[in-house]
Design a protein. Structure first.
Length: 232
């Protein structure tokens, strides 16, 4: 799930449909992209990219023309996807994060160790942050392949994640029914939302940087909630 630049939201069903929602969370349309979609990221105002693990491919899709403009074929199953500064970061299987250009050329290859496939990652400020669902950890690597930090405190099956305006990492902790924010240096954390607030089975999270707000989606894709952040 991602928040688009214009405030709308895209929710990808697991290996399925790509749903475009209005800024208030109502279904606008299903985008006509065939195949088993997994992760989505925005490239520019009209263009998104989506991973297709079963096809080991990334499809570039123009939302205005509703056409696939390019298919980037990879050599491994591809999961998490994030765009930054003209490049895509893609999680390949459970051991590599590859930085590629929009033609599919490899710019950098980051070797990582993850107990689960690289389902969720975010690429920003020349760093890649990913969650390890089975390893109960969140990792931060720089583009040279150096591990900057590893966060494991009280995590139980971390899944979706995004960054806020200040570079903090907002993580969905699935088993504990919590949303946790981790400081950008990986040293501090705080619980933002918990089960006591009505949160249950959270899976995905996305952030609207210009509004300091975002959306949380549950594991079944049937519950979408908006949240607002206040910094003090």
């Amino acid at each position: 799930m991602i928040c688009l630049m214009d405030g709308r939201v895209i929710v990808v069903e697991y290996s399925g449909k790509v749903n475009l929602l209005t800024s208030d969370g109502k279904l606008q349309k299903q985008l006509p992209i065939p195949g088993g979609a997994y992760s989505v990221t925005q490239i520019n105002q009209n263009t998104i990219a989506i991973t297709y693990p079963n096809e080991t491919a990334i499809k570039i899709f123009n939302m205005e023309n509703e056409t696939v403009t390019k298919v980037i074929t990879l050599d491994k199953e591809c999961y998490g996807l994030s765009f930054s500064n003209g490049s895509l970061a893609v999680g390949l299987s459970d051991d590599e994060i590859r930085i590629i250009d929009l033609e599919g050329n490899t710019l950098k290859s980051i070797q990582v160790e993850s107990k689960s496939a690289l389902y969720n990652l975010v690429y920003c400020n020349d760093r890649v942050i990913y969650s390890d669902y089975d390893g109960n950890a969140v990792y931060c690597y720089d583009e040279s392949g150096k591990q900057i930090w590893r966060y494991t405190q009280d995590l139980s099956r971390p899944r979706g994640l995004c960054t806020d305006t200040y570079g903090n990492i907002i993580v969905v902790d699935y088993n504990s029914n919590r949303i946790i924010v981790i400081s950008k240096d990986g040293q501090n954390s705080k619980v933002l939302i918990s089960e006591e607030d009505g949160l249950k089975n959270p899976r995905c999270i996305c952030f609207k940087h210009n509004e300091s707000s975002g959306f949380i989606c549950d594991i079944n894709g049937t519950y979408l909630a908006k949240f607002n952040l206040s910094y003090r």
